[in-house]
Ligand binder design. Structure first.
Ligand SMILES: CC(=O)N[C@H]1[C@@H](OP(=O)(O)O)O[C@H](CO)[C@@H](O)[C@@H]1O
Length: 406
């Protein structure tokens, strides 16, 4: 049974004081940080309910407002395998946040979700949380923690993390000790996994001149310095805009969004012709590359990155002549697909479709939409033009890579 008295007591210091309408959107809740204390309490309850729904699997919460100004903050919930919260639960998040003017109202929403989703409250609830470098982050994590502890749930705070790191540890925790184990759920193991893969794919290739990395004065800058220790010199780089302490600097005239929108180099970076640079955003889940060519600014945005990734994988797959085992036991060639949004540059789409002969699928904006569509392929490359994206490999494709010779 829900311990209403305990939740009511914990909620007393987090009640909504200024009437506000909240909405869990594409990237979770996001707004001026001063309004978010009750919302984070609501997110704590949401995460507890979701974890119990998953029979005690660990749910992640990332406290960040990404590329937004420093005064904003936000929260997004992460499913057990590291995906975004399922869409059907976004409405519950909105409902809970909008019920924070009284404990009675909030508890009524909790009860209604328990009923609708047939949740067994006796299941354990396990939550992990992390935040970017915003000054408001710690207090918001405290609000979330109060909610989780009031329900008797467990919470582990990973402190300062990039968004990809939070997704990584959630997946690791939930797959630990299973055949799908993704790795150790620690920050060090994350760097080691990335560094090992990087060293493997760059072995034997010529060393390039240092790349300048614009850390957007956010968490990406210290994370890069930590990753470098594991890379052991495999990447020559220099971090710019790595000031996570001075007030007002986060994402200010720097970062991936600034560079993409303004089509100029960020402040804090002076580039010689031909020198390579890239920009992250406040939670380091976007990247865009750029350089000057005879004085002209050239941007390699998500569309270009996706094209290069699709071409690279297509080449390897052709050389290896890979066959993937299907559910009926038959074996057919690896199918690669690209997922884009309507903001994609049309010539990148045409090149991938016509020249690379890779099918292209379109979805609405938002990582969750692209991610979902990419899962339909053996190898699904997805990128938004603004620099969010990755490459997904299906279990059958991974099996084919592991078992083919050469
Ligand atoms: C995780 C997520 O879905 N992020 C969204 C969100 O980006 P952020 O970098 O998280 O602010 O807003 C973008 C613009 O609408 C959209 O392109 C993107 O997909």
């Amino acid at each position: 049974m829900v311990d209403s008295a305990k939740i009511t007591a914990a909620f007393a210091t987090h009640k909504l004081t200024k009437p506000t309408q909240f909405q869990y959107g594409t990237a979770g809740f996001r707004m001026d940080a001063s309004l978010l204390d009750p919302v984070l309490f609501a997110v704590g309850l949401l995460a507890v309910l979701r974890s119990k729904w998953h029979k005690g699997k660990t749910i992640g919460v990332m406290v960040t407002a990404s590329h937004n100004p420093e005064n904003d903050n936000g929260a997004k919930a992460v499913e057990p395998l590291g995906e975004m919260l399922v869409q059907s639960w976004e409405a519950y998040a909105t409902e809970l946040a909008n019920a924070t003017s009284s404990a009675a109202e909030l508890l009524a929403v909790v009860e209604s979700i328990i009923q609708k989703e047939n949740i067994d409250w006796n299941q354990p609830a396990r939550i992990v949380v992390a935040r970017d470098t915003r000054p408001s982050g710690q207090a918001l994590v405290a609000s979330l923690t109060d909610a989780v502890l009031a329900t008797g749930g467990e919470i582990k705070d990973f402190g300062l993390f990039t968004t990809p790191q939070l997704h990584y540890v959630v997946r690791c925790i939930n797959t630990l000790g299973t055949p799908d184990s993704y790795g150790e759920p620690t920050e060090e193991a994350y760097y080691e996994k990335l560094a090992t893969a990087f060293k493997k794919i760059t072995t034997g290739l010529p060393r390039l001149s240092p790349i300048l990395i614009d850390g957007a004065n956010g968490i990406g800058a210290p994370a890069m310095e930590k990753l470098a220790k594991h890379l052991g010199g495999a990447l020559a780089y220099e971090v710019a805009n790595g000031d996570t302490v001075s007030k007002g600097k986060l994402n200010f005239e720097c970062g991936a969004d600034f560079v993409k929108i303004k089509q100029i180099a960020p402040s804090g970076i002076t580039l010689k012709d031909g020198q390579r640079a890239c920009s992250l955003d406040g939670d380091a889940d976007r990247i865009v590359f750029y350089f000057f060519e005879n004085g002209t600014f050239r941007l390699l945005d998500g569309d270009k990155i996706a094209t290069l990734a699709a071409e690279f994988i297509m080449d390897l797959a052709k050389q290896a002549n890979l066959l993937v085992e299907r559910q009926d036991g038959s074996k057919t060639p690896l199918n690669i697909g690209l997922v884009q949004t309507a903001y994609a540059n049309g010539s990148s789409t045409a090149y991938v479709k016509d020249t690379l002969q890779v099918p292209v699928v379109f979805t609405p904006t938002g990582v969750k939409h692209l991610h979902h569509a990419a899962e339909a392929f053996d190898v699904g490359v997805y990128f938004e033009a603004n620099g969010h994206g990755t490459v997904l490999f299906s279990p059958a494709a991974v099996k084919a890579f592991k078992t083919s010779k050469g």
